[in-house]
Design a protein. Structure first.
Lengths: 187, 299
């Protein structure tokens, strides 16, 4: 009798506006990235990350590392969502693994859109290009949802986190996994 | 309640992205400080995904046995191997990232990779031999020649970078000069009186539709052609009449041309391809090969 559904599901007018702002911002970021990648003339080169045989492998390993952190994200995120009494360190792990994961992808995306651009020459490349835009759009949306976390319904964060996770894994599968499968696993 | 943590995360992602973008922009400038630091930029195309949309490469095998011509178009690639003495092979294949593979019906195959302006690779099974080759991106000065599908007209298209000039005729009464551009793999030219040509480049070939004059449209195919193929023209005075003559010359020396003097059209005299000369009305004249960037249609 003590628990009211209102507690779990905040009033719509309480979260509608911030949620809409978050979603539209995410869409805007995805669109802007896509347009920039498409319109910017690819330079074909970019800064190398030292220690790898080629920029491609550097990107593949950075993305792979990001996916590893993303799996940590998935595990801790699921615990945080399901259990109200999750230990405090779990939230910290979730936050920091996420920060590290997203920062690892930054050099990769800069190389992607600066040096290569929005590619359309094969199904894999189209999927990868679109997913890249979706990933950063979803990330921005999730961050903005977190800003007003208390106002959001409970489903918002798992859904947005899920989109970010799935798009990152799909990005990895259409790039790093493809590279490892076709050119071998090495540094 | 507003939380700042996520905004700080967003901000740091943005800041890192800006730093990387600026670093790349600096590295891109030759001779800049950033270009000489240890994280050297890959000045040529990285071994990454995109090959040039449309480019021609020319080169030879390391032992100089064969000449190699390779045309890249999106992720399609076509090549010609030529060892002289009629031993010429055409190959077809695809580009995957910076690597390409080509095969032919008669056996020879090629593999290689593109590195910026250069390509390196191996030819296998050509006249029983395998050998490495290298080729460099050619100035995109090229001549495509061909015929309409019903052989009504012959055409020659000269390209120079993104500019194109063409001549289409039937050797008697139909003729048109065309001027236009190459944009990626799309070729588009226009002339006077409704003449135009639209085509697309695919490997070593060009396919499209040419309209010599209003109502006279033909589908055509043309292919990248070596000398003596070309567009030739001469502007001369014959018996006091300003006359313009055009020829479309195919690689085997076959030529079709039309001379136009005012409203009169008649077959062009044969062009001596050894010195581009011809005789008309008892006098000797010289024709000139037309480059893709020349003006052939008066604006």
């Amino acid at each position: 009798m003590t628990s009211q559904p209102v507690a779990a599901y905040p009033a719509r007018d309480q979260y509608a506006k911030p949620l809409l702002v978050a979603l539209l911002s995410g869409c805007g970021v995805a669109l802007a990235l896509g347009l920039y990648a498409k319109l910017h003339h690819p330079t074909k080169y970019a800064l190398d990350v030292a220690g790898f045989s080629s920029p491609l492998y550097a990107k593949a390993w950075l993305t792979t590392a990001a996916v590893v952190f993303a799996i940590v994200q998935l595990i801790t995120g699921a615990r945080l969502t399901r259990q109200a009494a999750a230990p405090a360190w779990m939230a910290t792990v979730h936050r920091w693994s996420g920060r590290i994961a997203i920062l690892l992808t930054v050099p990769v995306i800069i190389h992607c859109i600066y040096a290569l651009g929005f590619g359309t020459y094969s199904a894999r490349v189209i999927a990868h290009s679109v997913l890249g835009c979706i990933f950063y759009g979803a990330f921005v949306t999730k961050m903005l949802c977190l800003v007003r976390r208390d106002a959001m319904p409970k489903w918002v964060l798992p859904v947005m986190g899920g989109v970010v996770f799935v798009s990152l894994v799909a990005l990895w599968a259409t790039s790093a996994l493809w590279l490892f499968a076709t050119k071998g696993v090495h540094s | 309640m507003t939380r700042l943590g996520p905004l700080i995360t967003l901000g740091s992602v943005l800041a890192l992205a800006v730093v990387f973008l600026l670093a790349n922009t600096q590295a891109g400038k030759p001779g800049s400080a950033a270009a000489s630091v240890t994280t050297a930029p890959t000045t040529t195309a990285p071994t990454t995904t995109s090959a040039p949309l449309h480019a021609l490469y020319a080169g030879r095998s390391s032992g100089n046995q064969v000449t190699v011509a390779i045309a890249i178009n999106g992720h399609k690639v076509a090549a010609d191997l030529n060892a002289g003495q009629a031993s010429e092979v055409s190959l077809q294949g695809s580009v995957n990232g910076s690597n390409f593979t080509l095969t032919s019906h008669s056996g020879p195959a090629m593999t290689g990779s593109i590195s910026g302006q250069d390509m390196f690779g191996t030819v296998t099974g050509f006249l029983g031999q395998s050998f490495p080759f290298s080729a460099a991106q050619a100035v995109v000065e090229a001549v495509y020649t061909g015929r309409s599908s019903g052989n009504q007209v012959t055409l020659a298209v000269a390209t120079d970078g993104d500019k194109a000039a063409a001549y289409v005729c039937n050797g008697k009464t139909i003729e048109a000069w065309l001027q236009g551009s190459v944009n990626g793999n799309q070729v588009s030219l226009t002339g006077t009186k409704g003449a135009n040509l639209t085509g697309s480049l695919s490997g070593l070939d060009m396919f499209g539709t040419v309209t010599a004059s209003a109502g006279l449209s033909f589908p055509f195919s043309a292919e990248l052609s070596p000398r003596p193929a070309g567009v030739f023209q001469a502007r001369i005075a014959v018996n006091g009449l300003a006359t313009r003559i055009g020829w479309a010359v195919l690689p085997d020396g076959t030529q079709l041309g039309v001379a136009v003097a005012g409203t009169t059209k008649y077959p062009a005299p044969p062009l001596d391809l050894s010195n581009d000369s011809f005789t008309l009305g008892g006098a000797s004249f010289t024709a000139a090969a037309v480059a893709g960037n020349e003006t052939v249609v008066s604006p």
